[in-house]
Ligand binder design. Structure first.
Ligand code: NAG
Ligand code: NAG
Length: 299
């Protein structure tokens, strides 16, 4: 009895809120944005495993090719030369690299690395990024960040979220101190991840992924509390069926217009994992309801 009370007091969020999360990206496992996010999710008590490319594989969309033995060191000297087709950080075995593409890294994480570290269990959520640079509209089909998330949602039926940040410029995993843009994007991505988890199972409708784009960290947008979340669509909807009704309209704003609006707006598009276009209104409606306490309307 006493032990139970103690446990409940110590870990109020555990159980319902802490889950197994597989993460990947396309800028490489040694890129700081993904490392900051990894640490933020772990600090939020999640059980996180990173499985990402050994080097920058931006723009590789949904390519999936068996990893080949690595000859050169990994990016930023993050692994030694000639260290095989896959590898990990020996002091932090939850940090893993795959010498191939983002989708391949996600696949290895879901099928192999994650279950090895989770007593055979599968991930409950997949996240990618934050990508260094936006993934909006016409960039979406080419993005490895989106490719890996839609692979998890479509091929593995694991709910998935792709994150990208407009503030770019590559940073090594051991950059010290961590620049604000890296820790702020990590904090915002963790906020949305926790909101999705808190909304209950299933975390997302089947065969969808969320495409989330953060505006630049600059000017008035330098603290998490200044950012606002807006439900958006990936592509322009001129000839498309109606979107879910929100903010008094049946047409959601495009993600490009959301991040382009003055005032720290973050776009959340509900993507169809089959073709990386905007998901249908019924699936948008489920996400809108799950995230209603977070969402605002554009001015
Ligand atoms: C990563 O690759 C993309 C696409 O090839 C390129 O635009 C970007 O500059 C690369 N980043 C680095 C740090 O090399
Ligand atoms: C490996 O993990 C250690 C301990 O967490 C860390 O200090 C180091 O920077 C990591 N190196 C790489 C390449 O991930």
């Amino acid at each position: 009895m006493r032990a139970q009370v103690l446990l409940v007091g110590l870990f109020p969020a555990l159980g319902a809120r802490a889950i197994r999360i597989l993460m990947s990206n396309d800028d490489g496992w040694g890129e700081l944005y993904v490392r900051s996010f990894f640490h933020a999710l772990a600090a939020a008590e999640h059980d996180v495993v990173l499985s990402a490319p050994a080097e920058n594989k931006s723009g590789s969309s949904s390519l999936d090719i068996e990893p080949s033995p690595r000859k050169a060191p990994c990016q930023y000297d993050s692994c030694a030369a000639n260290s095989g087709p896959i590898g990990r950080n020996e002091t932090s075995p939850r940090l893993n690299w795959v010498n191939s593409f983002p989708v391949t890294s996600m696949r290895f994480g879901i099928e192999l690395t994650g279950p090895q570290l989770w007593n055979g269990e599968a991930p409950e959520l997949a996240v990618t990024g934050p990508n260094v640079g936006s993934n909006l509209f016409l960039q979406v089909p080419f993005s490895g960040t989106v490719g890996a998330a839609s692979f998890a949602a479509k091929n593995k039926k694991i709910p998935a979220i792709a994150f990208s940040g407009a503030s770019s410029g590559n940073l090594a995993f051991n950059t010290s101190p961590e620049p604000l843009r890296s820790t702020l994007y990590a904090e915002l991505a963790t906020t949305l991840t926790n909101a999705v988890v808190a909304s209950g199972r299933p975390f997302l409708p089947e065969d969808v992924f969320l495409n989330v784009n953060f505006p630049k960290v600059e000017g008035q947008c330098t603290q998490a509390s200044q950012f606002k979340w807006v439900l958006s669509r990936i592509n322009i909807g001129v000839f498309s069926d109606k979107d879910t009704e929100l903010c008094g309209k049946t047409r959601l704003p495009t993600e490009t217009s959301v991040v382009g609006t003055d005032g720290c707006f973050i776009s959340i598009s509900v993507g169809d994992a089959n073709d990386k276009t905007t998901a249908a209104a019924d699936k948008q409606a489920i996400v809108a309801k799950k995230l209603q306490s977070l969402l605002t309307c554009l001015p």
